[in-house]
Design a protein around this ligand. Sequence first.
Ligand code: GDP
Length: 448
Amino acid sequence: MVLAELGGSIARALSRMSNATVVDEKVLADCLNEICRALLQADVRFETVRDVKANIKRVVNLDALAAGTNKRRIIQQAVVDEIRRMLDPGKPSFTPSKGKPNLVMFVGLQGSGKTTTCTKYADYHRRKGFNPALVCADTFRAGAFDQLKQNATKAKIPFYGSYTESDPVKIAVEGVDMFRKEKCDLIIVDTSGRHKQEAALFEEMRQVSEATKPDLVIFVMDGSIGQAAFDQAQAFKQSASVGAVIVTKMDGHAKGGGALSAVAATKSPVIFIGTGEHILDFEVFEVNPFVSRLLGMGDLSGLVNKIHEVIMPNNQPPNIIGPQLVEGTFTLRLLYEMFQTLQSMGPLGQVVSMIPGFSAQFIEKGNEKEGQAKIKRYMTMMDSMTDAELDGTNPKLMNQSRINRIARGSGRLVEEVVHMLEEYKRIAKMWKKLPLPTNNRRLNTNRD
Ligand code: GDP
């Protein structure tokens, strides 16, 4: 089960529980079973799933809850907290700081995405104001230096390597010395991989590490390896004093849930995830926003960061959230303005999942073209609305005759207008639940 499906399954289980007339032991048990099934299908280890279930049951003791307590909210919170705990090793990692030379060494098996990730990591930090450089100390794989050179040249990052020298330690030391003299403040050493964990690989890692004394060793792991992730992460951690992990290939059909939870179980912080082959397919990994996005709750802070980092690095970010939202009213006009901003920002895939309500249901990853077309259609329909309709918050205003008029005016079908309004209501409902100052009252209402 790919990650988006895992998030969808958990969200559906929670919503079924939420919609039950009465929340009793059976409803809770059904909800938990559904969540556990989804986690197992996403390759999360059985032991972890068992613990998740036991912990939620411990927190949610229906018999002990006082009458009038909002059971639905307590269950929802317990599930979200447990998913977060499952992915959180509770340990921050070293982060490079400006103004001092930082040395980072990359380790991992061949094919895990190590070389690609070195360049992504360098490029990410350059956008943050660092002056990075890459050293290719992979003398094991033929073509490794060419690959790093190609990636580095494309990304305009200085690099060092050799076609003739076969001693990785020598290359690493020379490269690091050279870039230190050139005042590079983030030197990244790419080491050799192997097809499998073996003594020779660990010995080479140890020697390069001893000779260069990195501030941080990053272990790169393929996110699609599922159940094997725990053993692999643990083996590298024990052999190479790994300080952080980057999980790659979290796009496509990766059952990333297994890899992420397995890595967390080894108490190694995941710092980034790779989400594609392109240099920008690289995301900071932070548990809370990740879980929010996984469960379709959006990630506003991530959205604003992404706009800063990738899309408009030199300009002010566009005001996608808008002043109206802070006042707690999500109107059709606000949705229209969001669409306008999205259209001006380029690739949709990078940001849509961070906007509450826009995740997989609205625009599927990999189907951004259809997403763009959908936004255009919706905007055409909205162009045929009156100011009162766009600014109104009274759903009854949108009666059949108005819907017919909008359909006629925009040249779209009545069903399409109805569908657009339903999508708007769904998104607006989600935004109303966000913990914005004026929404807090609604969050505290009891339903049981
Ligand atoms: P290395 O042997 O560990 O250095 O691995 P490479 O960097 O050569 O990557 C192996 C393959 O995985 C290449 O085809 C990369 O383009 C691809 N790759 C790396 N990271 C990702 C990712 O996050 N997503 C996808 N889909 N492919 C990736």
